[in-house]
Design a protein around this ligand. Sequence first.
Ligand SMILES: [Zn+2]
Length: 230
Amino acid sequence: MIRRAPRSTRAKIVQAEADQRATADLLYQLGQGDLAARLLGCMAAKQARRGGDGRVWLRRCGSAACRWCSRTRQHAGWFAALDWSRGHRRSLAAISIRRRPGQIGAAIRRLRRGLRDVRDRMARSRRRWRSVGIAGVVAGGAVWLVVLHPDVERGEVNEVLRRRWPDAAVRDVDEGAVLPEPLGLHDAVALALVPRGVDYLRVVVGLRHDDGVRHHHRAVEDIEPMPITF
Ligand SMILES: [Zn+2]
């Protein structure tokens, strides 16, 4: 089954086009003409497709600063996290990304490291945390995470996350939830300037694969490892 981002209203499309032009302008000003041209080319290809001839949109630029490509990747990542965790005890955790202007890449790296650190520390002191895995995406100014916690109560997940990130909100996973809008202009541009090959929109703190964990913890065995690409 292929799932896509929800369809945009006309007003939202107009806004997205204005945002994309503003992003391209800013990139030109920063001397990043190639990146700016890619964004405009992607938008033009998308607009041409809207004629209804059903042709595939071939010129996706894949940039984190692109309103369409980033939205597609966020939704793909989110649906993959939902699929990966379905049928197991899980929660949604939203944590805002604290950052200075232009520093979002570093802030996302710090948050990812922090999540891994918290999970690994807990797994060392409490065995039941060894089966905890996290997958999610950057959306708006926050990370949206599905926390898989087959052997831990949600209250404990909440308590542990809030100790480090006091604004963390842990609740039921709502499969129909709408992700927040893509990143704002300056954050998107900052991510677009990060060298290629790093996917900043995705967050995965996978299951540990050391033998001890798998051997002693049967609950983990029927959980698929998080796919590498999605
Ligand atoms: Zn694009």
